[in-house]
Design a protein around this ligand. Structure first.
Ligand code: ASP
Length: 581
């Protein structure tokens, strides 16, 4: 047990129990709630990080909400009928003999109870008050425990923490860099790290065979519920390892984090190939907490007369009990699919009398029964079908499945999943160059080297893998290329010429001339892991000082202009916004 006593207090408010009756205690904390009983008697809930305790104060005092008090008094049992079972300290109260006001408070901009919904900008502007609320207190505690469990798990496996710099040259994670102007070299800029990727690989060349870091990463991308400009990653790299070894290291870390919060250690994490994930779930980050999987129907309609189904790929999902869905809602869903790029969406309700759908009349009886069988359809279900190019059909149904079936974050338990065998390239850019699916240091799959040599680029798999938790991409990693020739070949394929490669990553390529060990690594988002473990849908709820969706910090006002002298020192001039130029 931690000793929380200090020169100002003997105990914490929330720690007191019936065992403490008759002790004289000194407590410090905030006035949480106050109830008057007659003119002279006040009941006050005093709050600190550990919780609240009831004070009984006799005598006139002007004690308002959020005043900070130091009180001394005796612990006594509450009269029997007033004990509060719901509160850990509910059996007792403090009969206060002495009150000192340590500081006063203005009236608050919003109430601090968890029942009131408060506008987010207001919460963030006064984040120091928001942090006093029990939700944030609990979330930051979860976060600290997750950090600590992950650190311990990595260290148990012989990883050592190495800190890498913040002011660096650009890293290749594919997002936009945040840049910092150099005063010593006006016109030159540092990039803030999108990840410690290159440094951790250099650590491997440096003989640090198991590196980890809880690293701050910065990416200038549009913000979403699961994305902030800056975020924390558990970043790891190891030498003389294969993909399997990395999966074991990282599984241990996330299982330890989950156990630290839930008290239960998750079992072995299942693996699924990228292709299987795409075919069954329409996404590379399947939420396997629920079914509604994508069912292949291409064969069922191979000979169909129905034009809309004469497509390279026909797939469907079954919404159990969805036959009740209204026409309006079906129209909405169809529009939604169009906004995702669908040409259309076919819906069918499974009724006692067969399929009820505007298109049922275009399907033969055989097609209808083959469809019902393939979908495992039962009366009362709704079937939704997309016919398109394979990629598009998977993508649209994958989004639809999530839209219609995804349970709230607090339901369905923790379902981790390894997605392995990612393609090396995710497609071609406008200039005809392939786009790396992970980053350019990812080792091609050993079985696909011939395809790489032949130039069948989209058939080449890589030794890259993702970790998914309840449909959130938690992290990615790969076995790295450690041979210069292979790296040069991949750069060549990516359209990165020798000169560009040298100027961007020359230091890594140079290092690889001096005995680089085979190595592999991974990184996962601590914010995302913590949010799910804390039962929060938005990572802002588990970050002490996050930015709003638009990237602003209402607390400090960042980003702000800097003064002319600073600009001059940095050799910078600010142009008027494009619209005014
Ligand atoms: N650097 C990668 C990332 O941040 C992770 C890795 O490959 O280790 O996503």
């Amino acid at each position: 047990m931690t000793d929380y006593s200090t020169s100002m207090r003997t105990d914490r408010c929330g720690d007191l129990r019936a065992d403490d009756v008759d002790r004289s205690v000194t407590l410090c904390g905030w006035v949480d709630r106050r109830r008057e009983h007659g003119e002279h008697l006040a009941f006050i809930d005093l709050r600190d990080r550990s919780g609240v305790v009831q004070l009984v104060i006799d005598g006139a005092h002007d004690l308002r909400s959020e005043y900070v008090l130091q009180v001394t008094g005796n612990v006594r049992l509450r009269p029997n009928d007033t004990a509060n079972q719901a509160l850990p300290t509910g059996a007792i109260e403090i009969d206060v003999a002495e009150v000192t006001i340590l500081s006063t408070s203005d009236p608050l901009p919003f109430p601090l109870d968890d029942r009131t919904e408060v506008d987010e900008v207001l919460r963030l502007r006064h984040r120091y008050l928001d942090l006093r609320r029990s939700r944030m207190q609990r979330n930051l505690e979860v976060r600290a425990r997750v950090n600590s469990a992950v650190r311990t798990a990595m260290e148990e496996q012989g990883f050592i923490e190495v800190e890498t710099p913040m002011l660096i040259a650009s890293t290749p994670e594919g997002a936009r860099d945040f840049v910092v102007p150099s005063r010593k070299e006006p016109g030159s800029f540092y990039a803030l790290p999108q990840s410690p990727q290159l440094f951790k690989q250099l650590c491997m060349v440096g003989g640090i065979d198991r590196y980890y870091q809880i690293a701050r990463c910065l990416r200038d991308e549009d913000l979403r519920a699961d994305r902030q400009f800056e975020f924390m990653q558990l970043d790891a790299e190891a030498s003389f390892v294969s993909q399997d070894d990395v999966l074991v290291f990282i599984s241990h870390a996330v299982a330890s984090a989950a156990e630290a919060i839930t008290g239960e250690r998750p079992g072995e994490i299942p693996r699924m190939s990228w292709l299987e994930a795409m075919e069954r779930f329409g996404t590379d980050k399947p939420d396997i907490r629920f079914g509604m999987e994508l069912v292949e129907l291409t064969e069922v309609f191979a000979g169909t007369e129905f034009r809309a189904f004469q497509a390279p790929c026909v797939k469907g999902i079954r919404v159990p009990g969805g036959a009740e869905t209204s026409r309006n809602r079906l129209d909405e869903i169809t529009d939604q699919c169009r906004s995702w790029g669908a040409k259309g969406l076919v819906w069918m309700k499974v009724t006692e009398d067969g399929l009820n759908s505007p298109v049922a009349k275009f399907l033969t009886d055989d097609e209808q029964s083959a469809l019902a069988a393939a979908m495992d359809a039962e009366v009362g279900d709704l079937i939704l079908i997309v016919a398109d190019e394979r990629r598009a059909a998977r993508h649209i149904l994958g989004l639809l499945r999530i839209e219609l079936g995804r349970p709230p974050v607090t339901e369905g338990g923790l379902h981790f999943l390894w997605v392995v065998d990612f393609p090396l390239f995710e497609g071609m850019d406008d200039a005809g160059n392939p786009i790396p699916a992970h980053h350019p240091f990812t080792m091609p799959h050993p079985d696909d080297m011939d395809a790489l040599d032949r130039g069948d680029l989209l058939d080449v798999r890589s030794q890259a893998y993702d970790l998914v938790l309840n449909g959130w991409e938690l992290g990615s990693g790969s076995v790295r290329i450690h041979q210069r020739e292979v790296q040069e070949q991949v750069f060549g394929i990516l359209g990165i010429g020798a000169e560009e490669a040298q100027s961007k990553f020359g230091f890594l390529l140079d290092a690889f001339r001096y005995g680089p060990p085979p190595h592999a690594g991974f990184a996962f988002g601590m914010d995302r892991l913590t949010a799910i473990l804390a039962g929060e849908e938005n990572i802002r709820e588990v970050i002490a000082y996050p930015k709003t969706q638009s990237g602003a910090d209402p607390l400090t006002g960042a980003p702000t202009a800097i003064d002319d002298r600073q600009l001059e020192e940095l050799g910078l001039r600010v142009l008027p916004p494009a619209s005014q130029a």
